[in-house]
Design a protein around this ligand. Sequence first.
Ligand SMILES: [Zn+2]
Length: 383
Amino acid sequence: MANHLTLKEKKKRREELHEKRNEEMTEETIKIYPSNWLYNAGVIGFLKVLENSGEKVEELLKDDGTVEIKRQLFERINCDEMYFSENKVSSIVGKSLLYRNYIQSGWKDGFKEFVKEMSHVEEINKCSLCGGGWLLSEDRKNRLVQTYQYMEKFFDGIERFAMRSNALLGPSEGEFPNAFWNLNSSFPVCHLCAYLMIHHHIPFESAKTQDGQIFINAPSFKMMWYLNKYASEILNKRRSYQLKQILGISFMELAQKVFTTISVWSMMNIEMVIESYNKVKKKMEIDYYSLPYNISRLLLNKNIASLISETKEDYILEIVLNGRFDSLLTLNHKVIRYIVTNSDPDKDKSLSRLKRKDNQNLKNLSQILPELYVKIDSILKER
Ligand SMILES: [Zn+2]
């Protein structure tokens, strides 16, 4: 009878098939959305570890800001290497500093099964950390507990936010020692979050500044992935960069290397989280830093970012970061005057800030500066 289907019916069948296939495809992945910075840092840390073990992480990062983690990926994770070897990425056994008593030394086999089981989590809607949530079904959980009795204790511990999720921010007995979370001292955490959380220190540890270790938080995992990668590369070159410069240069790299349309809302919600140790109070402290919106949108503009990079002068970025755009024109006059009169550049306060003062570079600069000024001006006039 199939031959007698009308065109309309055929079309409908095709659509149904297509829909079904789409459904199956999305079921193969776990789609997660950006949430608070602690959770986001956990996801980025986890992705970094995956990349180091050969996974193609960039393919998981979607333009809409989400990450789609392939379910079978959890079955490939080598727990012995990642959590129990000399080169472990996270220290989770017993009295570890950050993830205190996450598991006990005898719980390794159960934990390994738990990680594999992550490929079967089901979507729920009650996790306070990620806003949505992914849980193992009661069946699967019970089966784990039957095989490894201690897993009952394990689940009891991870299903709420506490010291074991984060010794820095998690509440200790009966108190809530931090002002960062506008939430109850003990709130429900889903199984996937409980697992991702033990990677949150990873991006922080690879970006150490003189003010503390940092994580760049944004409303998109794709943006966070690249911004934090650039920040850590910048800091590997020079530890002494200021927070402002680190954010600024990371923005310019993102604009030039990753083509991505960034909404106003996203731009306004990029912030740096700084973890530092207060020696007087003897405890870790959290601070936040962000660039003014106007400066952010300039540096996240591809044209402007390329022009600033072309100058190869830190001083030009400094002028833009400080919002002193007229100084670009003043500097340009001085550059031209210097080329013509050949006077001593070091006698001038702003000229002396340039690293390279040979004629070729100055001529180059005198072409870029007016163009840069005009582009900045036109962007700032856009609403
Ligand atoms: Zn969650």
